[in-house]
Design a protein around this ligand. Sequence first.
Ligand code: SF4
Length: 209
Amino acid sequence: MSSSNDRKRGNTDLEDLERLAEEIAGCTHCDLHLSRTHVVSGEGPAPAAVMFIGEAPGKKEDELGRPFVGRAGSILTALLAGAGIQRDQVFITSVVKCRPPGNRDPKREEISACKPFLFRQIGLVRPRVIVPMGRFATSVMMDFFEIPFTSFSSVRRREFPVSFQGSTLCIVPVYHPAVITHNPTRRGDLEDDFSYLKEVLQRTGCNDE
Ligand code: SF4
């Protein structure tokens, strides 16, 4: 049961998160602002026990200003449901908040410019489990927390406890939902990842909330 202090802090974090979203919406720190339709800062409650991080907004996300609303988003929503997670109970965002033209990979300087927003979001959302989806988001998290990273396959579906702002949280890399739009034979691997995630969340009590 949450205490009144926890509830007050939760309200403050949510207000701070909304203020941060307004700040991100006006950001011009890198050239991606020149081609975006909308900034996609992320969505979800604060605090949230689980935070999902993708690479960057796609075409549909750029059009609507919301994360994971295209084809990969439908897959993610179904995977979350299968893992017993309500989408509106988790925070979903990406490493960069504006769509790279043509869905190219974000450039190093774009990641550097945008990364502080992501870590400010983590500080306000205070997740107990962070789920980077795909090689790209995973490499950014591993780099930040100084975890050796040689390949995505060597860290996928494993747990990495780290310390962040005085709390311990766990990083659990999984495939990006878009993997099966490019390679349908990966569906089983993706479902295995989310089954594993379900077990982690049950073990840590993260999906009791
Ligand atoms: S990608 Fe990030 S740093 Fe670049 S303009 Fe968008 S919000 Fe700003």
